[in-house]
Design a protein around this ligand. Structure first.
Ligand code: 2HA
Ligand code: ZN
Length: 274
């Protein structure tokens, strides 16, 4: 039994990831959001801290396969820079009801507030990932990393083009995101449209670039999800530098990528290797 709920490892891990993202410069002001689908055994260890008296309110999406699940979520308008030092003011645990249409806050946001404006996008993507890969993925992360945004002003907004360019920038990229990254054209954030567009692409990819906005990605745990964001952003940074030095003059061949896939026993999306 914990003295305080913020001693729970899943809350500590979440707060540490939020702080790392902030230190990377990916979370200006209230930018970005992070949600974690809490394991049964983790929520059981903190039930004494939960308040089950609040009313359920609509999610703005239906997520049947997430019914009765609990999520740790960032607060709307809250700053990532404050999550580690004042966790209970800036994040919440929410419970999804039995219909998969409503949620209620059971802990956190102690000075008031609501879950992230991107809650429908997060939950729809958790739903897709739970269905697609047997509940392995638990983390959905959205950030505003500079270079990943910058490249969406210059290169065609096509998943194949952007994925191939990012793979070329660092040899291990196609091992880390072998399917490539999806690309969503510019859309109003926080709405149903961006949630639906993202969840369609999340059936295929673990990461999506939202044009002129940021990156949205999914993973099994905090380290892997953060690592995916970090790898994409680093590749995008190299791409910005290469472009600034006059553009690509030599690169890794598609045969090279195929050899790499064999050596590391990873299927690199063959549709992107022609
Ligand atoms: O401010 O990043 O996309 C939170 C966001 C919305
Ligand atoms: Zn954003």
């Amino acid at each position: 039994m914990y003295k305080s709920i913020i001693e729970a490892p899943f809350i500590k891990g979440y707060a540490r990831m939020a702080q790392e993202g902030y230190l990377k410069g990916w979370h200006e002001r209230n930018g970005g959001n992070l949600t974690y689908r809490i394991k049964k055994e983790e929520i059981e260890e903190v039930t004494a801290f939960l308040d089950l008296s609040k009313e359920f309110v609509p999610i703005g999406a239906t997520v049947k396969n997430l019914r009765n699940e609990y999520f740790l979520v960032s607060g709307s308008g809250k700053y990532f820079s404050n999550i580690q030092c004042a966790t209970e003011e800036n994040v919440a645990i929410i419970e999804i009801d039995d219909s998969g249409e409503n949620y209620r806050i059971v802990w956190g946001l102690v000075n008031g507030g609501k879950p992230t404006s991107e809650l429908p996008a997060h939950l729809m993507n958790h739903s897709v990932k739970k269905e697609a890969i047997n509940g392995e993925h638990r983390v959905i992360y959205h950030a505003h990393p500079v270079n990943s945004i910058a490249i969406t002003f210059v290169f065609p907004l096509e998943s194949k083009v952007i994925s191939h360019l990012l793979w070329e920038m660092m040899t291990e990229c196609p091992i880390i995101f072998p399917q490539g990254v999806g690309v969503v054209p510019w859309m109003v954030p926080g709405g149903e449209k961006i949630a639906i567009a993202s969840s369609e692409l999340m059936k295929k990819y673990d990461a999506i670039i939202w044009a002129h906005h940021g990156v949205f990605c999914s993973g099994t745990d905090f380290d892997l999800t953060f690592g995916l964001m970090d790898t994409i952003e680093k590749a995008a940074e190299i791409l910005v530098k290469v472009q600034s030095m006059g553009g690509i003059k030599q690169t890794i061949s598609n045969d090279g990528f195929r050899e790499l896939g064999k050596a590391f026993n990873v299927t690199i999306n063959p549709d992107y290797l022609d």
